[in-house]
Design a protein around this ligand. Structure first.
Ligand SMILES: N[C@@H](CCC(=O)N[C@@H](CS)C(=O)NCC(=O)O)C(=O)O
Length: 213
C-alpha cells in the first residue's frame, strides 16, 4: 500500500499524487502532519521537505519523481517519449511558477512581514503571472491539436495544470483572482473543460480540494 505524507493543508504538490491514484482507484494511506509539529518532524525526512511517499517500506521525495511514479501506476503517464516530455514539462512548469511566487508567500507566512509580502506579490504579478501562464498556454497549443488535453488523452499533466490553475484562480492568493485568465482564452477554456470533466470532478479528492478553498 502506498502511503503519502504532507502537511495538514491542501496543496498541488500532494494533491496531484492523490488525484492521480484515486483516478485509477489505487488505494493509498494519507498522513497529514500539523504545521505546528513540523520542527520536530522535519529531520525524519530524507530532504527535510514534504511531500513524501512510502512504498515497500522506503521513503521517497520530490514532487516530480513522486508524480511520475503515481502517474505510471495510474496509467496517467505516457509510454510515447515525446508525450512523456510534454508531461514532464508541465510538472517542471508547476515547480517553476511555485518558485516564482514562493518568496511573497514566505514573507507573509514565515516572516510575518506583510508589507514585504505585498511588494513581492506585486512584482510577481507584474513580471511573472501572465508570462508563466502564457508559457503554459503556448505549451498546450503546441502539444494538443484540440487544446483539450496536453497529450491527447487525460494525464498527470492535466491534473497538474488544473490543480495549479485552481490555486491561482481560487482567490486564495492575495491580489490575484481568476481575471488573469481573461488574457489567456485557450487556457481559460481548457481549465473550464477539465474542471467539468466528469471522471475527474467526481473524485472525492477533487471535491475536497474545491470545498476547502
Ligand atoms: N523539491 C521538493 C520541494 C518541496 C517543498 O518545497 N516542500 C515544502 C512544502 S510545499 C516544504 O516541505 N517546506 C518545509 C520546509 O522546507 O521546511 C519537491 O519537489 O517536492
Amino acid at each position: 500500500m502506498i502511503k503519502l505524507i504532507y502537511f495538514d493543508f491542501n496543496f498541488w504538490r500532494i494533491d496531484i499524487l492523490r488525484l492521480s491514484l484515486s483516478y485509477s482507484k489505487i488505494p493509498y494511506n494519507y498522513e497529514r502532519i500539523p504545521r505546528n509539529d513540523w520542527k520536530k518532524r522535519k529531520n525524519d525526512f530524507p530532504f527535510g521537505q514534504l511531500p513524501i511517499m512510502i512504498f515497500k517500506d522506503k521513503m521517497y521525495s520530490h514532487t516530480h519523481s513522486l508524480a511520475h511514479f503515481c502517474a505510471k501506476k495510474s496509467n496517467l503517464y505516457d509510454s510515447d517519449e515525446s508525450k512523456a516530455l510534454i508531461i514532464d514539462q508541465v510538472l517542471d512548469w508547476a515547480n517553476e511558477i511555485t518558485n516564482k511566487i514562493a518568496p511573497s508567500i514566505r514573507a507573509a507566512m514565515r516572516e510575518k512581514n506583510f508589507a514585504k509580502s505585498e511588494k513581492l506579490r506585486k512584482e510577481f504579478i507584474k513580471n511573472d503571472l501572465n508570462l508563466w501562464f502564457s508559457y503554459l498556454e503556448n505549451l498546450l497549443k503546441r502539444s494538443s491539436s484540440k487544446n483539450s488535453f496536453f497529450t491527447g488523452k487525460f494525464s498527470i499533466a492535466d491534473i497538474t495544470a488544473w490543480r495549479v490553475l485552481f490555486w491561482f484562480a481560487s482567490g486564495k492568493l492575495d491580489q490575484i483572482n481568476d481575471s488573469f485568465l481573461n488574457n489567456l482564452p485557450s487556457l481559460k477554456n481548457y481549465y473550464e473543460k477539465i474542471s467539468n470533466l466528469k471522471s475527474f470532478s467526481e473524485l472525492i479528492e477533487f471535491k475536497e480540494i474545491l470545498s476547502s478553498s
